[in-house]
Design a protein around this ligand. Structure first.
Ligand code: KG4
Ligand code: ZN
Length: 340
């Protein structure tokens, strides 16, 4: 019997693309038997962002115990595992290589097929966990590295409808947080501060002239930074909460405006949000209030699966198997970029 025809497929998945070392055991793409994350946030915080070399070294220190813990928590042995899925890109090359090398070693030792999973497809698949979402749908992908709208035609087939011309949304949250002297990662800090403020300041957003829909977070980030620096020069107090609230609103409205146009164009009735920024409560509320009507449904990953984790990689790996994708060779390499 082919693996894809098995009634129950149990996957051990590994993720190490940035500053979280993660492993999970996932059954049939939607049931998480365990999900373990060793975060390095506290280590990188003192540098104001992720230091790639330090990230790689800490993945090396954690990977074995993280995988062991995921197997123990799921109460499985290598015999119960049907396949191993690992993030091969996009991400920090040295960090990715730790997960890829470890997964290759396990696949060889345990004689299991190894699947090379895209981190981006993983973020999308976070929406399948304990949910009924099925393609086709429209996905607003917003993470630290990517900001794009994808038409998800099938589990393994997407069409890029809009992407950022410069920075990713998460990057803008992190940079704005830094200029407000908030710790890394900035997204959750901005969200917290914004709750105490009002959106009284206007910041630029893309003005679409032709058919092309796109995002631009560099101009928004620069306007916020200029605002802070001008106030400092004039020795004026700034209301940080109002600034955070206004920035967050401008950042989120870019996404809801773009998705509004693309939803009308595609007439897709399901909209999902994915990536680290999808943890943002204001983004979630905005999408709910703009779209959750007239027969359109909005889906979000559970909060614990928004930012980097391995359960989403296990979910994506399941659909690769179901869609007949071939296992990777043991010569598999990591890639800093993957195509959207
Ligand atoms: O998906 P992710 O964990 O890593 C990448 O694949 O890039 O996303 C991390 C990004 C960071 O920029 C972080 O600041 C942002 O997601 N983020 C948030 C929130 N939680 C995480 N941004 C806004 N609001 C949040 N609550
Ligand atoms: Zn990510």
């Amino acid at each position: 019997m082919e693996l894809k025809d098995k009634e129950n497929i149990v996957i051990l998945s590994i993720e190490s693309s940035c500053d979280e070392t993660a492993a999970a055991v996932v059954k049939n793409g939607r049931t998480v038997l365990s999900s373990v994350i060793a975060t390095q946030i506290d280590i990188h915080r003192r540098f104001g962002g992720v230091v790639p070399e330090i990230a790689s070294r800490n993945h090396v220190l954690s990977i074995e115990s993280v995988v062991d813990e995921a197997m123990k928590k799921a109460n499985v042995t290598p015999d119960d595992i049907d396949a191993i899925g690992v993030t091969y890109g996009a991400g920090l090359l040295g960090a990715l290589l730790v997960g890829v090398s470890y997964a290759k070693g396990l696949a060889y030792a345990w004689k299991k097929p190894l699947f090379a999973v895209s981190h981006i497809m993983g973020h999308l698949a976070a929406n399948y966990i304990e949910s009924d979402l099925k393609p086709p749908y429209l996905c607003m992908l917003c993470s630290g590295g990517h900001t794009a709208v994808l038409e998800v035609k099938d589990y393994d087939k997407t069409k890029l409808l809009a992407s950022t011309r410069d920075d990713a949304a998460g990057e803008a949250f992190d940079k704005v947080a830094r200029v407000l002297s908030l710790p890394y990662p900035g997204g959750p800090e901005i969200e917290k501060l914004a709750k105490e403020g009002k959106p009284v300041l206007e910041f630029p957003k893309p003005k679409y002239k032709g058919k092309e829909i796109y995002f631009s977070y560099s101009g928004l980030k620069t306007s916020v930074i200029n605002f802070v620096h001008n106030a400092e020069q004039r020795k004026e107090e700034i209301n940080k909460a109002d600034l955070a609230c206004s920035f967050q609103k401008a950042a989120v409205e870019q996404m809801s405006n773009a998705v509004e146009i693309l939803q009308k164009r595609t007439n897709l009735k399901k909209i999902a949000i994915a990536g680290g920024v999808s943890a943002n409560g204001f983004l979630r509320e905005t999408f709910k209030s703009v779209f959750d009507k007239e027969g359109v449904s909005v889906y979000y990953p559970q909060l614990k699966y928004c930012t980097d984790n391995a359960a989403m990689i296990g979910a994506a790996c399941y659909y690769m198997i179901k869609n007949d994708e071939k296992p990777a060779e043991l010569s598999l390499d990591a890639k800093a970029d993957v195509r959207l």
